[in-house]
Design a protein around this ligand. Structure first.
Ligand code: FPP
Ligand code: MG
Length: 324
């Protein structure tokens, strides 16, 4: 998927969102400004604002509020990453050192707070719907925090089930995709039937996106962050769950114990990776991934055909084949 083409398609709306996004990042503190400049110069795929604008456009109407939702979605996403890098003690993201590794945890938490509050501020600037949108976004932040707490709990116990995994990736990733799509539809004045359809699309897309992320953590080349990170962080994700499926209980317990002991036994990472490879864990996880991609595409059936809808369908496929 050519993101530059999507940006060209979104034309002036994309430029307005960039202006809103960058305009929200000015601070009176020099260190905050320098940090923000560094983060903006290493911005990611900008997938969430693109998704947001495409949904509003597919619903027929990009309003001022739609642009604010798009900008807020990227501000909030970056806020979560700045906090997540502290939780995970990650030294690299998007191919460059994290704020956490350069300036320390305190600066990364404060920068995350700044971006979070600027996301709220951007939503508050909506002339219409601001209360509804704020309610939706705060509910999502609660889900994100719950998801991270749940993940921490499971990293200790190493007893993640498939249902735990699905709940966790909904809370930590899909909930934001769902809210972005729903908010984008509301700001476009879409009828309830269309709002529900894009909410469903966002949820399925988010689930697919996180499953692919988890597959790439086993299979990927350089993602801008080291491969094998999830295991080192004690995270039992879908490729490992698939590999464990059908294995005799004693061996399952043994593998889970190996994961639990990774902090003391680094060599266990390679052993678990071999186990996942031998049992085709990533190929089996890809079946579930494709299922979510198909469901995302089907969810859009109530929407009339439009070039924006076509991009949304392509975006669903991109979740399955992306390499970064
Ligand atoms: C990345 O997941 C992290 C998330 C998707 C969500 C992080 C959410 C929080 C830290 C909640 C608190 C946030 C705020 C702003 C109050 P990952 O660690 O699996 O992926 P990664 O490999 O990209 O780090
Ligand atoms: Mg992380």
């Amino acid at each position: 998927m050519d993101f530059a083409q999507v940006q060209t398609f979104l034309a002036d709306d994309w430029i307005s969102v960039q202006d809103l996004f960058k305009g929200a990042l000015y601070s009176d503190a020099t260190l905050m400004n320098e940090t923000n400049t560094y983060l903006v110069s290493n911005e990611g795929k900008m997938l969430r604002p693109m998704l947001s604008l495409l949904v509003s456009k597919a619903c027929g109407n990009v309003t001022d509020e739609s642009k604010r939702v798009a900008a807020a979605s990227e501000l909030l996403h970056n806020a979560t990453l700045l906090h997540d890098d502290v939780l995970d003690q990650s030294s690299r993201r998007r191919g460059v050192p994290t704020v956490m590794s350069m300036l320390g945890s305190k600066a990364s938490v404060l920068a995350g707070d700044f971006w979070l509050v600027m996301a709220v501020d951007t939503i508050l600037g909506c002339r219409r719907y601001s209360k509804t949108l704020l309610g939706m976004f705060s509910h999502t932040v609660k889900d994100l925090v719950d998801g991270e707490m749940f993940q921490m709990e499971k990293a200790e116990s190493a007893d993640t089930t498939r249902m735990d995994y699905e709940d966790m990736i909904y809370l930590k990733t899909a909930t934001l995709f769902e809210t972005i799509c729903c908010a984008a539809a509301i700001t476009a004045g879409a009828p309830r039937k269309v709002e529900n359809a894009v909410r469903e699309y966002g949820r399925n897309l988010g689930m697919a996106f996180q499953i692919k992320d988890d597959i790439l953590d086993y299979d990927g080349a350089d993602l801008g962050k080291p491969v094998g990170t999830d295991l080192r962080e004690g995270k039992i994700t879908l490729p490992l769950l698939e590999a464990l499926d059908g294995v005799e209980p004693k061996r399952q317990a043994e593998v889970r114990r190996m994961v639990k002991e990774i902090p003391e036994k680094e060599g266990n990472v390679a052993k678990v990776e071999v186990f996942v490879k031998d049992r085709n864990g990533t190929a089996r996880a890809a079946v579930t991934l494709q299922d979510y991609v198909n469901r995302a595409k089907e969810s859009l059936e109530p929407l009339d055909w439009s070039p924006a809808k076509d991009w949304l369908l392509k975006l669903a496929d991109y979740c399955a084949y992306r390499t970064i």
